[in-house]
Design a protein around this ligand. Structure first.
Ligand code: EPZ
Length: 425
């Protein structure tokens, strides 16, 4: 089994370039299907998911060319070109390894008039349905059919008319699929209670750069005026606000000073507000965000929520940080039904966390001790690394195959000095 070994108990220091955002890259890549012209994406993060997405797009007839990072970027450049779509099927063997494959459904339907994608199924954090994706596409005029584990979406003759859809639950992925479909519909579409995450704004900005007409960007009501075709573009993926927040938690729990280069305060206001409430000093600097120690961490009460609320993808990392805070913190996970798998592992390191339904009470302890632990989903894994950095002794985080097949290389050895984290086969 692959594992990450952390020898903690040492302060960190350094300036960390924040990668391009995973959850933006995975919705920008399928936009290549929306045009027959080249789409060049800069600052792409070094992730297995990005490579897998490239392979999936290759199977659909998209050519992809990777080049090194430009001096002003931290991630790679990929130029994609869907001159002709040669297949409209995203097969099970790819989709089961990369849930984000469902994000080809909309753009493929919009471009080719038909798309067949394997149902992605659930994952470690929940059953992850796609009913809202399908209802939104139906509202835009698509005919949906589910057979033998695949969903097929078809446009009527004459193309998708477009339409209005109000999301009963805020869904990032369903908003993304609906947006990438609506931009090539015949008429105007309105999406209500749409997700407002910065990754949605990044997607809208790319689509506009490709010639789309979208009103209300950044808000929860998006009006999309469909176009006959879109053109190519060159676009830089936004910085990963969750990666930046994770490093900030690592700095906070180890009482360290870290600069997060490229991080944007306005994309992580809820995270920064929570860090400050916990007693961490956070300030904007010329090229990002500086995190500085400021005495003992204080307990918090936090509930996850859609943006601009506190991100569910930051819950596990904050939980690790709060294990060493003064007092008892109360965290409530409102988005996913099974996002506390890191709790038993943190408790094995000496934390004192009690889970009751969707709420976890984190009783602050004086110290944590390294132990062999099992990583599950990406963010839970990061929480174990964060705890390991502050724990006495060695933590060995075993990475279940699911961790890798969730599309992530083991995190590169952190660029900061001090805490030692390295990957061991
Ligand atoms: C995206 O997942 C992110 N993934 C997740 O990040 C993130 O946690 C999530 O948004 C919430 O912010 C990517 O962008 C690749 P949702 P997504 O649709 O789109 C329910 C990470 O660690 N729902 O916003 O799948 C769903 O069950 C990952 O980087 C339906 O009921 O999430 C959940 O309770 C984890 N029906 C809620 O909505 C649907 O059709 C929000 O899910 C779709 C979703």
């Amino acid at each position: 089994m692959d594992k990450i070994i952390i020898r903690g108990g040492k302060p960190l220091s350094g300036r960390i370039p924040i990668s391009g955002a995973k959850n933006s890259a995975l919705t920008l890549l399928p936009c290549a299907l929306l045009t027959d012209e080249p789409l060049t994406l800069r600052n792409l993060p070094r992730l297995a998911d990005v490579d897998s997405f490239g392979h999936l797009l290759n199977q659909l007839g998209v050519s992809t060319m990777i080049e090194g990072a430009r001096p002003e970027d931290f991630g790679r450049v990929m130029t994609l070109r869907a001159g002709r779509v040669t297949s409209t099927v995203a097969p099970y063997d790819i989709v089961r390894k990369m849930r984000a494959s469902i994000l080809v459904l909309g753009p493929l339907l919009a471009r080719a008039g038909e798309a067949t994608v394997s149902l992605p199924g659930g994952c470690a954090i929940g059953n992850r349905p796609i009913d809202l994706h399908l209802k939104a596409l139906e509202a835009l005029g698509a005919e949906i059919e589910i057979t033998a584990g695949y969903v097929t979406a078809r446009a009527p003759k004459g193309g998708l008319p477009g339409g209005d859809f109000g999301f009963p639950v805020v869904s990032v992925g369903a908003t993304e699929n609906a947006l990438m479909t609506a931009v090539l519909c015949k008429g105007t579409s309105t999406l209500r209670n749409a997700a407002r995450e910065p990754e949605i704004v990044d997607l809208c900005n790319l689509l506009v750069a490709m010639g789309a007409k979208i009103e209300g960007i950044g808000g929860s009501t998006l009006v999309i005026h469909g176009k006959e075709r879109l053109h190519g573009a060159t676009y830089r993926v936004m910085a990963d606000r969750i990666e930046a927040g994770s490093y900030a938690c690592a700095a906070a729990i180890t009482g360290s000073a870290l600069d997060l280069i490229g991080a944007k305060l306005d994309e992580m206001e809820a995270t920064v507000a929570a860090l400050r409430q916990a007693g961490v000093h956070v300030e904007e600097i010329a090229d990002g965000i500086a995190v500085r120690p400021n005495g003992k961490l204080q307990a918090l009460t936090l509930s996850t929520a859609p943006f601009p609320g506190f991100a569910t993808d930051m819950q596990a990392q904050f939980m690790a940080m709060l294990c060493l805070a003064e007092g008892a913190s109360v965290l409530t996970e409102t988005i996913f039904e099974n996002r506390y798998m890191h709790v038993p592992e943190l408790n094995r390191m000496g934390a004192h966390i009690e889970v009751k339904g969707r709420t976890a009470v984190v009783h602050g302890v004086e110290r944590m001790v390294g132990a062999p632990v099992m990583a599950t989903d990406l963010r839970a894994s990061m929480s174990l690394i964060i705890a390991g950095l502050a724990a006495e002794g060695e933590t060995e985080a075993g990475l279940s195959k699911r961790w890798f097949c969730s599309g992530h290389y083991p995190p590169p050895t952190p660029p900061f000095q001090g805490g030692e984290a390295r990957c061991a086969a």
